[in-house]
Design a protein around this ligand. Sequence first.
Ligand code: TYD
Length: 136
Amino acid sequence: MLSDKIKIINLPKIIDDRGNLSFFEGGNHIPFQIKRCYWIYDVPGGEVRGGHAYKELEEVFVALSGSFDIILNDGVNEHKVSLNRSYYALYVPKMIWRHIENFSTNSVCMIMASEKYNEADYIRDFDQFKDHANKR
Ligand code: TYD
């Protein structure tokens, strides 16, 4: 099942009157060694990011600020995860189609990735993704 493949990770939260602190470590809280981190910000209202899958890449999403919805599809089922706290992380394995929508004003979506950027690892056509996913 799709919901068994993805995972919400509860990150450590150090509560402090001066401001809270959360963290993660590659290979510890995050189930892979992080090779890349990127973030999506200044998203105009109503815009959608993503709309692709990766053949090999694993990713972890954190809503550093604000909120957004991640819509996931494994070729059979669809599942929506809303991220709105900076101490939750969403792990998404390879071969899951995803897009991100419903960004709140000033939201920041940070993504940790298991590999460096590689356009050849992207599947950008949903029908091609479904064919690929259903042959596995
Ligand atoms: P992309 O992953 O296609 O974003 P989206 O699916 O939301 O449109 O990335 C957009 C562009 O940014 C892509 O053409 C290449 C560049 N890019 C990098 O150079 N390095 C990266 O780590 C990422 C994620 C994107």
